[in-house]
Design a protein around this ligand. Sequence first.
Ligand code: APR
Length: 226
Amino acid sequence: MKIAVLTGAGISAESGLKTFRDSNGLWEGHDVMEVASPEGFARNPELVLEFYNQRRRQLLEVGPNAAHLALAEMEKEHEVVIITQNVDDLHERAGSSRIVHLHGELLKVRSTFDETLVMDWKEDLNLGDMCENNHQLRPHIVWFGEAVPMIEVAVELVAAADCVMIVGTSMQVYPAAGLIQYTTPGAQVHFIDPNPSISSSHRISVYAEKATTGVPKAIQAINSFS
Ligand code: APR
């Protein structure tokens, strides 16, 4: 079966990474437009670079959890693609092999002059770290107000899926949140979130619980149908 899995920050919560909009979330301590927008980067690049340096250092301290691992395992039975809003590499480290990052990747940076110049980067990124053409490097992250280049690919993958799983997202940020509109009428939807933002219906099964218990349950339900 073709399965498209849309994940958000909630799937990485049990790995120890903060979500954005839960209490004590990332956006509680920061003004989004100050640390995650091109204007913020132009106004105060050190603040923005330090925000991502802190998140990059923390990412290197944590690992994938049972939900990431269960999704990787699912590839043995089904054709799975992960469409993630997350910028961590926990799906990769869990072993998933088809991953679309809608909002970029924390362990990559790119030239501020030529955005096709992208490179792996695991240490702190500071002012003065330049690309090969001597332009400042920036996090390879989609900031608020910037285009989401992979959204067309994601729409096609959701529209082609026999089954869609949505894990750990508040469904508040578009265009990612709009992907649920592209599920085909015959596709089953499995929604896993302790505080679900949508309700069950004839084709939407909601698991109001954490990813590490909800994802394996949803996979069991999918396997019993297939
Ligand atoms: N398991 C599953 N879901 C969880 C867990 C958990 N253990 N803990 C929290 N959640 C859920 C919350 O209930 C919430 O619905 O994860 C969701 C997190 O929502 P947000 O913090 O809004 O994160 P997300 O939906 O990924 O944000 C989307 O917004 O700020 C931008 O670019 C950023 O990619 C991000 C986008």
